[in-house]
Design a protein around this ligand. Sequence first.
Ligand code: ADP
Ligand code: MG
Length: 208
Amino acid sequence: MEEAAGCGLCGVKVMCRFRPLNESERSRGDKDIPKFNGEDTVVVAGKPYVFDRVLAPDSEQVQVYDSCAKQIVKDVLGGYNGTIFAYGQTASGKTHTMEGSLHSPRLMGIIPRISQDIFDHIYAMDENLEFHIKVSYFEIYLDKIRDLLDVSKTNLAVHEDKNRVPFVKGCTERFVSSPNEVMDVIDEGKANRHVAVTSQYCYYYCYY
Ligand code: ADP
Ligand code: MG
């Protein structure tokens, strides 16, 4: 396969974030076992594991955003597709990383920071250009796609458009014109999530 020279867009990057032990883990005597070595290596039981980036428990949300998401947003704004996917067992920190505290400048996670970056980019552009930004919010629960912005849509199908790009057919799309409006849509959809601890979630942004 031919590589797109130097563009950095041709691969998947894997970042590994560790959260701090919580109160109950500490009180039952759990110990911090992983040791961190440089920016990309974690050592567990003497064995090194190398990722594109490792984020130790003391990492701030802004560091996570800058090292894991900022470049993807830049690439998306340059016309490429980008996906950020959080994977991990329950209570490992996916929601904290992706959403965090939506309305706190320090504790907000990746999604609110992406919204801010996208709108900053648009505000900086020629004012004669018009952008339409739509947000959808759905969860996959027991293999079924549920629309979190319209709970009557409980089993939506994935289709492909004429460019073979997958999309969720019939999913509600909300037009948004500021980062705050994105947060409002997320707040609204969160209230409709099925089982908060086990559901998965996806967001996507369209822009023209
Ligand atoms: P998940 O979505 O993977 O099930 P959560 O994001 O809900 O897990 O995290 C579980 C708990 O741990 C939450 O109370 C969350 O606030 C806390 N937590 C997760 N990551 C961190 C972190 N990096 N720093 C501090 N607290 C965290
Ligand atoms: Mg979660």
